[in-house]
Ligand binder design. Structure first.
Ligand code: EPZ
Length: 419
């Protein structure tokens, strides 16, 4: 199992180009099932989760070709299976995103229940309820969702709480349904908008994606498309916090600053000087120690839960005390036990983390538990005294492209030990 070794204390300084967004690429890859014509995708991030989704699509019969510039060509003209098996789905919950497209185009799907993960139970009841409202017959047996529908019908779907992939699955099911679907209390994340833009580029009729009420007019078929995945706002935010904790400075290129408004405002509150252009962000911490910041995770455009662990690390060495409240997932403080091993002063009270900043964290052997927790541990290690060894970093490879190369390029003392 690979480990990362990080000797803390170096200030990060340099430029970095951000990769395509994992959480846009995954639904868009699933959405390619909706057309029998060739789909070309650019700016697809080279991540383990993307590789898993491509393996799943290939198991269904999709032909997948990467060209020399890592552009992706997908051909779903000859689908031979409608089953997403447990051994693939258990490694990546986002596999549930093939359920809507398979049902919409082929009228059948058998998808393993994703099961929970480190951060929570991760139920998919909203996905199932939405598809049933559209006329799907769904039974759940032996760990599988068995779904069928002659032809899905448009429906009024009202989510009792915001769900990103729930919104995306229903949106994909609705593009080929008979009539109009209205999704209320829809997720407003940029990755929902990117999926809608991709589907519309194939001939779908989706309006007001990005608002809390999305309207989809079903069409007969979708055609070919060439589409570029939007930049990854969470990767970008992660490198901004990594730079801030070291007192350094960075220019991020190929980003969408307005997708990071909540994160940027918290970093400015922590003392960072930030400047933005149309596709770049500059952060300069001027060698200063960050100030503690209170925050609460909420659905977009609020502060993203996927940046919570990173700010726990930042607050652990900040001046002052702060409370971080996690409202999206019920078990997303796994990184805190590991930060304790590095000397962090954090007390968990329900879904609040009470963090007293300390001048020094000390290196320790720690263990990654989930994707964003791993990012939080790397950020803490960049500031800790001594050499931190992070185990089980397969978690980090799911969502960050070549992280040790990018951090090394910025001046971090980091290496990967294959084991
Ligand atoms: C997406 O997960 C992201 N994953 C997550 O990113 C992200 O943390 C999350 O949205 C919140 O922003 C992808 O896009 C692939 P939800 P998703 O449905 O869609 C409950 C990362 O690190 N819920 O918005 O699974 C659920 O338990 C990952 O990149 C139900 O109760 O999250 C949670 O408490 C981690 N029933 C809340 O809603 C359902 O049917 C929000 O979950 C669905 C969700």
């Amino acid at each position: 199992m690979d480990k990362l070794k990080i000797v803390g204390g170096n200030q990060l300084d340099g430029e970095l180009t951000i990769s395509g967004a994992k959480n846009a690429a995954l639904p868009i890859l699933a959405g390619s099932l909706l057309s029998s014509e060739v789909i070309n995708l650019q700016n697809v991030p080279q991540l383990n989760d993307v590789a898993t989704m491509l393996t799943l699509l290939q198991s269904l019969g999709v032909k997948v070709i990467f060209d020399e510039r890592m552009n992706l060509q997908l051909d779903s003209s000859d689908i031979s299976s409608y089953c997403a098996p447990y051994d693939l789905v258990k490694t990546m919950r986002a596999s549930i995103l093939v359920l809507g497209p398979l049902l919409a185009r082929f009228g059948q799907a058998k998808v393993s229940l994703p099961g929970g993960c480190a951060i929570g139970a991760r139920p998919v009841n909203f996905h199932i309820q939405g598809l049933e409202a559209m006329g799907a017959k769904i039974t759940v047996k032996n760990g599988y969702i068995n779904a069928s529908a002659e032809k899905l019908s448009g429906a009024n779907i009202n989510f009792s709480r915001v769900s990103v992939t729930g919104t995306q699955n229903i949106m994909m099911a609705a593009v080929l349904a008979r009539g109009e679907t209205v999704i209320k209390n829809a997720a407003k994340e940029p990755e929902v908008i990117d999926l809608a833009n991709f589907l519309n580029s194939m001939g779908a009729k989706i309006i007001d994606a990005g608002s809390d009420k999305i309207v989809i007019e079903g069409v007969e078929t979708l055609k070919e498309s060439k589409y570029e995945i939007l930049p990854d706002r969470i990767e970008a935010g992660t490198y901004l916090v990594a730079t801030a904790i070291t007192g350094g400075k960075i220019r991020l290129k190929q980003v969408v600053p307005e997708h990071l408004t909540a994160v940027i405002s918290k970093l400015e509150e922590a003392g960072a000087i930030i400047d933005v252009g149309d596709n770049w962000i500059d952060l300069d911490m001027r060698s200063k120690r960050p100030s503690s910041v209170n925050l609460e995770t909420t659905p977009y455009p609020g502060f993203p839960t996927d940046m919570q662990a990173q700010f726990c690390a930042l607050n652990s060495v900040a001046s002052g005390s702060a409370i971080i409240k996690e409202t999206i997932f019920e078990n997303r403080f796994q990184h805190i036990n590991e930060l304790h091993r590095m000397g962090a002063d954090i007390e968990i009270q329900g879904n609040n983390a009470l963090i007293k900043g300390k001048k020094i964290l000390t290196a320790a052997p720690v263990m990654a538990t989930d994707l964003r927790a791993s990012a939080g541990l790397i950020i803490a290690a960049l500031a800790a005294q001594g050499e931190t060894v992070i185990d089980r970093i397969y978690h980090i490879d799911r969502g960050y492209e070549r992280i040790e190369e990018k951090l090394h390029q910025l001046g971090a003392d980091i290496s990967r030990e294959s084991g």
